[in-house]
Design a binder for this molecule. Structure first.
Ligand code: PLP
Length: 398
C-alpha cells in the first residue's frame, strides 16, 4: 500500500473529502479498495514479532486496524483538522468510548441537558453505575457550567446545535471553563457536520460523530468516529477501542469513504433547502414558531453565525395546536417520510415528544422546550419546491 502524494498546499474541505487518506495497492486502483479481511499474514516469525512490538507499523488484526478503516480515519482527521481519529461501529460507540476511555471511578462529568437520548443515558445512568458522577446543566447558561465544576471534574460533554430544539452552545466559552477546571471538552458535532462547524478550532479537545447521519448521508450503514490529539487518540482511546472491540466494519468504512466524496455538496444543498423551508414555515399561518439557527428570530443567531458557516440541515417547528394537529400534519405528508433518523438524502420528519424523547417525563420535555406540537425536519436532496409544496399541502390538512 502506498499513499498517493497530494500538493502540500492548504486544501479546502471539498478537496480533502475526495482525496485525503487514500492508500493505493500495487494494482493502482482509482477508487478506494475494500479490504474485507479479519487478519494479515506475515512474511516471517520475525516480522510477526516486530508487528507486535510496534517496530513494524503494518496491520495485525481488523479489530485494531484495517486499511479501509484507516483510509476513512485519515480522511476524517484531515477534514476535521485533528491529529488523529478512530472509527467505531456506531455513533453511540464513539460517544461512549470518547468518555469512558479516560474518565475513571471517582471522577465527574458535566454535560448539557439537551442531548441525543442515548448520550443522555450514558452520562445520567450508565456512568454513575461505575462510580463516575455527572451533573446535567442548561448548556446555554455559562454560569451553570462554571457552577457545576468540582475538583474531580474530568470531562465536559455537549452537542450543538442541540436535538431537537437547535439551541446553539458557545463552544469557545465552554472550552475555556473546561480548561480552567483541568477538564477536556468533548463535542458531539453530528447536527453541524464537519463542513459547517470545526469544534477543535473553536477550543474543543475531542469531537465525535455518528457517521450514520450526514457522513453516510444515504441511510445505509451505521458508523461513528472520535477525533482529537495524537496523545489522546493513540493513547487511552485506542487502548479502550482495541480491548473492548466496537470496531467499524471495513465494508461500512468503504461506504463512508465514498460518501465523504459528496459530503460538502450534499450538506450545502441540504442547508440551502433548510433555510428556504424555514422561511416558508416562518410565514405560514398554521405554524406557531420556527427554529433555524441562521434566522434572525433565533435567540442565538449571532453566536450561530460566528461558530457555524451554515444554519444546519435541520429545521424544527411547532404547528398551532398540539399532538393531534402535529399528527394530522404528519399523516398528510407525501414526499417527506416519518422516521426518527436524520441526515439522509430523503427528507425526514420526527415527532420528538412521542419518539426520540418519549423516555423523558413530560416535565423534563417541557424543561427542554419540547412541546407536543413540535416537529423536527431533516432536509434531504429533493427539489426544494417539491418539498415546500408537500409541506404546504400537509399544513392545509391541519
Ligand atoms: C444519531 C446520533 C447519535 C448516535 O449515533 P448512532 O450512529 O445511531 O449510534 C449520537 N448523537 C447524535 C447527536 C445523533 O444524532
Amino acid at each position: 500500500m502506498s499513499k498517493p502524494p497530494l500538493p502540500a498546499r492548504n486544501l479546502k474541505p471539498a478537496t480533502i473529502a475526495v482525496h485525503e487518506g487514500t492508500l493505493r495497492s500495487q494494482f493502482g486502483e482509482t477508487a478506494e479498495a475494500m479490504f474485507l479481511t479479519q487478519g494479515y499474514v506475515y512474511d516471517s516469525m520475525e516480522q510477526a514479532e516486530a508487528r507486535f512490538t510496534g517496530a513494524d507499523p503494518g496491520f495485525q488484526y481488523s479489530r485494531f486496524s484495517n486499511p479501509t478503516v484507516d483510509m476513512f480515519e485519515r480522511r476524517m482527521a484531515a477534514l476535521e483538522g485533528a491529529e488523529a481519529a478512530r472509527a467505531t461501529a456506531t455513533g453511540m460507540a464513539a460517544v461512549t468510548a470518547s468518555m469512558l476511555s479516560f474518565v475513571s471511578a471517582g471522577e465527574h462529568i458535566v454535560a448539557a441537558k439537551a442531548l441525543f437520548g442515548s448520550c443522555r443515558y450514558i452520562v445520567e445512568d450508565l456512568a454513575p453505575r461505575f462510580g463516575i458522577t455527572s451533573t446535567l446543566v442548561d448548556g446555554c447558561n455559562l454560569d451553570a457550567w462554571q457552577k457545576a465544576v468540582q475538583p474531580n471534574t474530568r470531562a465536559f460533554f455537549l452537542e450543538t446545535p442541540t436535538n431537537p430544539t437547535l439551541d446553539i452552545l458557545d463552544i469557545t466559552a465552554i472550552a475555556e471553563i473546561a480548561h480552567a477546571a483541568g477538564a477536556k471538552l468533548i463535542v458531539d458535532n453530528v447536527f453541524a457536520t464537519p463542513i459547517f462547524q470545526k469544534p477543535l478550532a473553536l477550543g474543543a479537545d475531542v469531537v465525535c460523530y455518528s457517521a450514520t447521519k450526514h457522513i453516510d448521508g444515504q441511510g445505509r450503514t451505521l458508523g461513528g468516529i472520535v477525533l482529537g490529539s495524537e496523545e489522546y487518540v493513540t493513547g487511552p482511546l485506542q487502548m479502550f477501542l482495541r480491548q473492548t472491540g466496537p470496531s467499524l466494519s471495513p465494508f461500512n468504512a468503504w461506504v463512508m469513504l465514498k460518501s465523504l466524496e459528496t459530503l460538502a455538496l450534499r450538506v450545502e444543498r441540504q442547508a440551502a433547502t433548510a433555510a428556504r423551508v424555514a422561511d416558508f414555515l416562518g410565514d405560514h399561518p398554521k405554524v406557531q414558531r420556527v427554529i433555524y439557527p441562521f434566522r434572525d428570530d433565533h435567540p442565538q443567531v449571532a453566536l450561530a453565525r460566528r461558530q457555524m458557516t451554515a444554519g444546519s440541515t435541520l429545521v424544527t417547528f411547532d404547528v398551532k395546536g398540539g399532538k393531534e394537529e402535529a399528527f394530522r400534519f404528519g399523516g398528510a405528508l407525501g414526499i417527506v417520510k416519518i422516521t426518527n433518523n436524520l441526515g439522509d438524502a430523503k427528507t425526514l420528519i420526527t415527532h420528538p415528544a412521542t419518539t426520540t424523547h418519549q423516555r423523558l417525563s413530560a416535565d423534563a420535555r417541557a424543561e427542554l422546550g419540547i412541546s407536543d406540537a413540535m416537529l423536527r425536519l431533516s432536509l434531504g436532496l429533493e427539489d426544494a419546491d417539491d418539498l415546500i409544496e408537500d409541506l404546504s399541502i400537509a399544513l392545509d390538512a391541519i
